[in-house]
Structures are given as structure tokens and as C-alpha cells.
Design a protein around this ligand. Structure first.
Ligand SMILES: NC(=O)c1ccc[n+]([C@@H]2O[C@H](COP(=O)([O-])OP(=O)(O)OC[C@H]3O[C@@H](n4cnc5c(N)ncnc54)[C@H](OP(=O)(O)O)[C@@H]3O)[C@@H](O)[C@H]2O)c1
Length: 289
């Protein structure tokens, strides 16, 4: 069973499960069942379920044995949503919950709720009485495309990351790790850091963008306050500008500098590098300007 199955990650996990299981063994729970018509046509069972509507979860989770709980995108409300999902899973008789977390999910992380809520959810799972597995993902490589395209267009990478490093991982690799932990034994009580093989500095990123675009990209380091002002100055709403600056602060302080071999141990192959994710999107990377 996969919650949030119509999201980017959820669909990739669903595809992976359909490669590993008979379709009737796969239950996809989503707020948007109509978005999963194609997967239903391939034999998966698609059910309506919304963590904000706990009553919907009774039917949605009925009969499920192993469940991937995909963290929602409702920043600031996720602890309550995830609690509703874990409680409903326990009531429905689900035996094992795999949860999608983030590297270093601690309250001291400057990104605030982004990291704190997954940490709180991990603690809930530990106390739930259910078997659990936690997958702590690095930063999704696919999300680099918009800032990378902007840097290529401006030939300048504006940042407050300082000397910090970020570890990336593709959603596809995250989905494969999730499908493996759902469909094979031996993962109960384990926390896996699902990351790429290296954490990249902002200088590494600028060199990568320059290499892929054929134009040099320079790094411009700003303070948190300056970056926030620049972002607001170009029309970014204040809360978003503040979140972007907080992310950079977290990078600077080492909260995304985690490299772990768990992915290769689980899958038997190395994770896809950020370079390859961007090469696959090269047309979009170079389309702006
Ligand atoms: N590691 C990273 O870099 C990174 C980056 C961004 C996000 N994330 C986290 O990873 C999750 C999956 O990423 P993604 O790229 O697939 O995100 P996405 O495409 O934006 O999808 C959002 C997800 O949240 C689910 N959701 C939202 N509200 C819900 C509710 N009330 N009840 C149940 N599910 C709800 C959606 O499920 P349905 O639409 O199917 O109901 C969907 O799976 C995100 O939600 C976020 O928590 C991680």
C-alpha cells in the first residue's frame, strides 16, 4: 500500500511495485483517484484517502499489510496528518509502515518544519507498536533544475550556502529503495539514509552547470539577509524567500552533508548522480534565455 500515490514520488513507487508484485497486491491511496486511472487499468487497486479526513482512512487502509507513508507537502501541519495516518494504519491492522523522512530530521535544523516534522513522525512510529522502517532521503535531484536553469541563464549562482555541501538523490532511486523495503524482509527497525555518493559544494554545482551549458557560471555568495532581500526584490513572497535563505543556512551548517552507502547495499547498484539527472533534462536546463 502506498499513500500519496498521485504525487511525483508516489507514482514512481507504484510503477516499481507493479514490476515486483502482482497488480492485485498493490493498493494506491490518494486524494485524487482520478489521477491514477492508468495504474488502475493496469490492475492496481486505487482508493480515496486523505490524512485531513481521518474517517476516509478506515476504508482506504483496510486489509493493508505493509504501507509506505509518503510525507505530505502541507508544511507546518504534517505532524498531525502523519499521526492520523499512523493511528489509522494501526487500527486497520497494517503491520509495517515505511516512512519517507529527510536527512538530519532534527528540530535544530534551520529549515524548521521541513526537518522537524519528519523527525517528530519518526518518533511517533517508534512508539506506535507497528513495525517500521525509515528512509531518510537526501535532497531530490529533480528539484535542482529550476535553480540550475536560472544560474545558467544569469551565468551566476547566487547563494548563501557558504562552504556547505548538499547531498542529492533522484526521486527514482528513492522510489526503488522504497519498493525494495516494502517487498523484501529484514528492514524492520532500520533507518536508511538514501543519498548520492557525494555531497556537492556550491563551487561543484557552478562547475557542473558551466560544464553542461558550455558557459562559465560564477558563484556569488550573499549573507542570509542579502539573499532574502534580493529574492523579495525580484518578487518572491517573503515566506518563500525566508525558506530559501533558511535552506542555505542549513546547508552551510552541514545539515545536508550526509553520504551513506545504504542505497547501493539495498539495490546492488550505485545511485544516479545529479549530473545524469540534469543531462536527462538538458533541453530544459538550456531552454531559459
Ligand atoms: N527530499 C526532498 O528533497 C524533498 C523535496 C520535496 C518534498 N519532499 C517530501 O517528499 C514528499 C513526496 O515528494 P513529491 O515530490 O512526490 O511531492 P509532490 O509531488 O508535491 O506530492 C505531494 C504529496 O503529498 C501528499 N499529500 C498532500 N496532502 C495530503 C493529505 N491531506 N493526505 C495524504 N497525502 C497528502 C500527496 O498525495 P496525493 O496527492 O496522492 O493525495 C503527494 O504524495 C513531499 O510531500 C514532501 O513531504 C522531499
Amino acid at each position: 500500500m502506498v499513500t500519496g500515490a498521485a504525487g511525483h514520488l508516489g507514482r514512481l513507487v507504484a510503477e516499481q511495485l507493479l514490476e515486483r508484485l502482482a497488480p492485485e497486491q498493490v493498493v494506491l491511496v490518494t486524494r485524487r483517484p482520478e489521477a491514477l486511472r492508468e495504474l488502475r487499468a493496469r490492475g492496481a487497486e486505487v482508493r480515496y484517502g486523505d490524512f485531513d479526513d481521518p474517517a476516509s482512512l478506515r476504508d482506504a487502509f483496510a486489509g493493508g499489510r505493509r504501507m509506505l507513508l509518503i510525507s505530505t507537502d502541507a508544511l507546518g501541519r504534517r505532524a498531525g496528518q502523519h499521526r492520523a495516518a499512523i493511528d489509522a494504519a494501526a487500527t486497520a491492522g497494517v503491520r509495517h509502515v515505511v516512512f519517507t523522512s529527510i536527512v538530519k530530521p532534527v528540530a535544530s535544523n534551520p529549515t524548521g518544519a521541513l526537518a522537524a516534522e519528519p523527525g517528530v513522525t519518526e518518533a511517533m512510529l517508534h512508539r506506535s507498536g507497528l513495525a517500521w522502517t525509515v528512509l531518510r532521503f537526501g535532497s531530490f535531484a529533480e528539484l535542482v533544475l529550476p535553480p540550475a536553469a536560472t544560474a545558467v541563464q544569469n551565468r551566476r549562482l547566487v547563494t548563501n550556502n557558504g562552504g556547505g555541501r548538499i547531498v542529492f538523490v533522484s526521486r527514482r532511486d528513492c522510489a526503488e529503495a522504497a519498493a525494495i523495503t516494502l517487498t523484501t524482509d529484514g528492514h524492520a527497525g532500520k533507518t536508511y539514509e538514501i543519498t548520492g555518493t557525494e555531497a556537492l559544494s556550491v563551487q561543484d554545482l557552478a562547475e557542473l552547470y558551466g560544464d553542461l551549458s558550455g558557459q562559465p557560471v560564477k558563484v556569488l555568495q550573499l549573507s542570509d539577509a542579502m539573499l532574502t532581500n534580493v529574492l523579495v526584490g525580484i518578487g518572491t513572497p517573503m515566506p518563500s524567500a525566508w525558506r530559501i535563505a533558511a535552506f542555505g543556512r542549513a546547508v552551510r551548517r552541514g545539515y545536508f552533508d550526509v553520504v551513506d552507502p545504504a542505497f547501493e547495499r539495498l539495490t546492488g547498484r550505485p545511485p544516479v548522480a545529479l549530473r545524469d539527472v540534469l543531462v536527462a533534462q538538458r533541453a530544459d536546463l538550456l531552454a531559459v534565455g
